[in-house]
Write a protein that binds this ligand. Structure first.
Ligand code: NAD
Length: 290
């Protein structure tokens, strides 16, 4: 396939490189000049998409996605598929899908989980929203860039799945960290706490696979002085998207709301910026009841 790839940052660059390695012809565009192995750099977003069978975007947020979509949709060939892999708000995902379909294109919102490591290794998970035909056209590319793609429903369903998952992740990480901090104050050894909880009803991905306590459980960012991993500010971005979606859908999400304000406090007023999102544990450790 000929593929236009827009947004060659931490995630986009390795994803585009994997597509090139698999033999696809990639025209890449990013506002900051970057070089990616196997990818031909072009001067504008429109140059990247002209004549392409598929266009992939991997951008920071919904406003930028909408601006790029305004530019590239008119330049794309009818029947081509627009695949947005960025994490953005559900409303932007649906607006871009409507615009693309109105122009005779196929469209999929396909945010990912798996982070920079998954992007480099080609082991991402894609959560996709769009028509059957759009998903079918994008699926061979998901297979190269990832290990799993779930077709979640119509336009916006991929973003909905992503932010619901990450709202659970944020809430669970906080619960795991505050429980460790309480266990410390009750004199319970952290390893014993892990041994019990990881095999009891309090178990979770944050406890079992990504334990926030250094030296306990499998290797995680806690063992590397909380170097991300998944940075606290990215967790905050996703939690904010979940609350924006909850507002627009009139959903009651009290735990999501509290998690959002705790990560906001951590990133904006404390030392959370640039640290892994599991660094909530040292934050709670230092605090008392007030
Ligand atoms: P990044 O900031 O490294 O990359 C974004 C790229 O987009 C940058 O290179 C930037 O120059 C480029 N860009 C900005 N405006 C542009 C424009 N108008 N035209 C072309 N390029 C433009 O971010 P990232 O870590 O690669 O994340 C990309 C997306 O993936 C985000 O939506 C993020 O939430 C999501 N995501 C990131 C991770 C992660 O671990 N980094 C994990 C899952 C999902």
């Amino acid at each position: 396939m000929q593929i236009g790839f827009i947004g060659l940052g931490n995630m986009g660059a390795p994803m585009a490189a994997n597509l090139a390695k698999a033999g696809h012809q990639i025209l890449g565009f990013d506002t900051t000049g970057v070089t990616v192995e196997g990818v031909t750099q072009v001067e504008t977003a429109s140059d990247a998409v002209a004549g392409a069978d598929a266009v992939i975007t991997m951008l920071p947020n919904g406003a930028i996605l909408r601006a790029v979509a305004d530019q590239v949709i008119p330049a794309m060939s009818k029947g081509a598929v627009l695949i947005d892999c960025s994490t953005v708000d559900v409303d932007s995902a649906r607006a871009v899908a409507d615009q693309a379909m109105g122009a005779g294109l196929l469209s999929v919102d396909a945010p990912v989980s798996g982070g920079i490591g998954g992007a480099a290794a080609g082991t991402l998970t894609f959560m996709a929203g769009g028509s059957e035909a759009a998903f079918a056209k994008a699926a061979p590319l998901f297979e190269i860039m990832g290990q799993k793609a779930v077709h979640c429903g119509e336009a916006g369903a991929g973003q909905a799945a992503k932010i619901c998952n990450n709202m659970i992740l944020g809430v669970t990480m906080i619960a795991t960290c505050e429980a460790f901090a309480l266990a410390d104050k009750l004199g319970l050894d952290r390893q014993k706490m892990f041994d019990v909880v990881s095999t009891s009803s309090g178990y979770s991905w944050t406890m079992n696979a990504y334990c926030p306590a250094p030296g306990v459980g499998p290797q995680s960012p806690a063992d590397n002085d909380y170097t991300p991993g998944f940075a606290a500010e990215l967790m905050l971005k996703d939690l904010r998207l979940s609350q924006q979606a909850a507002d627009s859908a009139d959903a009651d999400t009290p735990m999501g709301q509290v998690a959002t304000s705790l990560y906001e406090q951590f990133v904006e007023n404390e030392d959370g910026l640039g640290r892994d999102f599991s660094a909530m544990l040292p934050r709670f450790e230092k605090r008392g009841r007030e």
